[in-house]
Design a protein around this ligand. Structure first.
Ligand code: KIV
Length: 269
């Protein structure tokens, strides 16, 4: 019997259970059916169809040009390749600005195969989170470095180093959990803040550049394969020491689970 046929599908409940049992889970981005299948076969529990596709596939210098049509197309491709992983889709820039637009766009992503939508923001997305949660659409809230706000933030800078900013982030994360967010994704925050948030919240926390203490880890697929033009501190090229792409994906899953990735050299203080 193949591994594929005995593996159970990952659900939101199984991710919550993993948090309760202190188990780590692996998440990676994918944008097409071929890689979705490879990730799924490697045991990646969560696949994110991220708006990072604007940078790694389309060659833009930010995620801002990504459209709903792009997200729906790539979500449909990933859905076709996946069997067991839990699928999250990014709501792209300005696609959740009004209630009606949010509901139409989230519904379109769910129809395309997403099992959860991801929104970037803090307290200001709490009413949107509640709107979606009340209608049965699971929400991942993305805090810390939020690339859709890059022009306001002023660059790809670690967030939450200032104690007042860190305290605000904790309060806003609690607000989002109360509003119905089911997962928090934290990007580029100090390890200690990510640990506090993971310990404080009941929901699973997925980190990228957030240290080893979060419930899950996520990386952009092209960064893991070492084919992105830039290599941020929190990235590790898993293909360098592997003989094939499937082996590199399996090495990433193992390293997340045994907590050898991220190491201190991939984390911020
Ligand atoms: O769009 C994306 O791929 C993301 C990850 C960087 C977390 O949001």
């Amino acid at each position: 019997m193949s591994l594929q046929s005995v593996r159970k599908s990952t659900t939101l409940n199984s991710l919550i259970r993993m948090k309760q049992q202190g188990e780590k889970f692996a998440c990676l981005t994918a944008y097409d059916a071929c890689f979705a299948r490879l990730l799924d076969e490697a045991g990646v529990e969560v696949i994110l169809v991220g708006d990072s596709l604007g940078m790694v596939l389309q060659g833009h210098d930010s995620t801002l040009p990504v459209t709903m049509a792009d997200m729906i197309y790539h979500m449909q491709c990933v859905k076709r390749g996946n069997q067991n992983a839990f699928l999250i889709a990014d709501m792209p820039f300005m696609s959740y600005s009004s209630e009606a637009q949010t509901l139409d766009n989230a519904a379109a992503l769910m129809r395309a195969g997403a099992q959860m939508v991801k929104l970037e923001g803090g307290a200001w997305i709490s009413s949107t989170t509640r709107l979606l949660a009340e209608r049965g659409i699971p929400v991942c809230a993305h805090m810390g470095l939020t690339p859709q706000s890059i022009n306001r933030i002023g660059g790809y800078i670690v967030q939450g180093r200032d104690p007042r900013q860190a305290e605000n982030m904790i309060n806003e994360a609690l607000l989002l959990q109360d509003a119905g967010a089911n997962i928090l994704l934290l990007e580029c925050v100090p390890r200690s803040l990510a640990k506090t948030l993971t310990d404080t919240l009941n929901i699973p926390v997925i980190g990228i550049g957030a240290g080893p203490d979060t419930t899950g880890q996520v990386m952009v697929l092209h960064d893991l394969l070492g084919i992105s033009p830039i290599t941020p501190k929190f990235v590790k090229n898993f293909l360098r020491d592997s003989s094939s792409i499937p082996d590199a994906l399996k090495a990433y899953v193992s390293a997340v689970k045994d907590q050898s990735f991220p190491a201190s050299e991939h984390s911020f203080v």
